[in-house]
Design a protein around this ligand. Sequence first.
Ligand code: ASP
Length: 439
Amino acid sequence: MLKVTKFGGSSMADAGQYRKIREILGSDPARRVVVVSAAGKRNKADHKITDLLYLCHAHIQYGVDCTSVFEMITSRYLEIRDELNIQLDLETEFAALKQQLTSKSISQDELVSRGEYFSAKLMAAYLGFRFIDSAKWVKFNLDGTVDEDASYDALRKQMPLKGGAVIPGFYGIMPDGHIRTFSRGGSDITGALAAAALDADVYENWTDVSGILMADPRIVDDPQPIPEVTYDELRELSYSGAQVLHEDAIFPVREKNIPLNIRNTNAPEDDGTMIKERFDGDHDPHRFITGITGKKDFTIISMSKRGMSNQVGVLHKVLSVLVRHNISVDYVPNGIDNVSVVLPTEAVAPHLYTILAEIQKEAEPDTLDVHDQIAVVAAVGRKMAFRPGISGKIFAALGEAGINIRMINQGPDELNIIFGVDNRDFAQAIRVLYNSFVK
Ligand code: ASP
């Protein structure tokens, strides 16, 4: 049994968090591979080491001295080291890095990658695990994608036969030997790659919440975490607005059918959220909705044209106009002789009048209307499929709360029910759904 564990910035923020991690690892011998982020914030007012490193690079770029920022960074690591009594010489590496900085001989990517590098060095020394540098195994192609086969091979070769390994997240190496980082939050990707490389039984992603929440905690008070979610549901949730893991962090483990478990470093006794391709048993037969999410600020362009249902190509003409303006269409609800396109306002607003004129000219509708300030709400749940009555309940609950529904849409796989409401009803719609279906 092998579990690859990844600890995010808040789990790496100070010595106390390091102690928690050691306990978490000690409680399960299968947790032998640890991927770490740079130290994150210790409190709301604090700074992430990665942000400070970007700031440092910007200073140098504009010829401004960055000594004080650099010292904020190094002192975070030295504090952790000294509090935990870790025997590790960091000073020599810090001095060499400072030298590279002042002589401007370090790239931005290489500099910011040092956040995870020093985290991993410290954690490896603390745990007595082997340090495996990601510059030695995460191999990028020239186009910035990861060469998975070469990377997996390289990691397997470096894994110790006995004991554990600590791996820095967020970066790898280009074919020319330069360090390259992933986009922000990219340590999640490193963790997924390590889990896939080592054919782990599970990829545990440790953070500061007890899993993916059923609704946005800024809207719903204390929402419950989702115990089990499929990869398809997760995609629906993130497409519709939920802040979950980056697609690239899911792909490597999904491809290998490795379950992904989101856990809370500060509450290790909680089960967190388990993400898998499918679930055989039914964890909670009474719950049909897995999660509720949504986004504000959509624009609906609606048109009607008598006899449209018998004409070929009207929808094609409307969509062609949008393609020309490079606007991606979120939903296309339609009736017999009318059709609407639901578009992100941000993308459509700058060209709205040109688009309307072109649709008018090319599709020749009888009516053409625009509604903006629309929010889209999605109820996602694999158990809604083939189960009658759910949408009835959803719309009854919204109706009782006096919320007017502007648009309804359901994907063919019945994994979601999506509806549009006015922006001002957005939060209330989510609360009504949550309270009627979850509590
Ligand atoms: N430290 C990097 C960031 O803040 C990567 C990560 O933590 O995933 O984006």
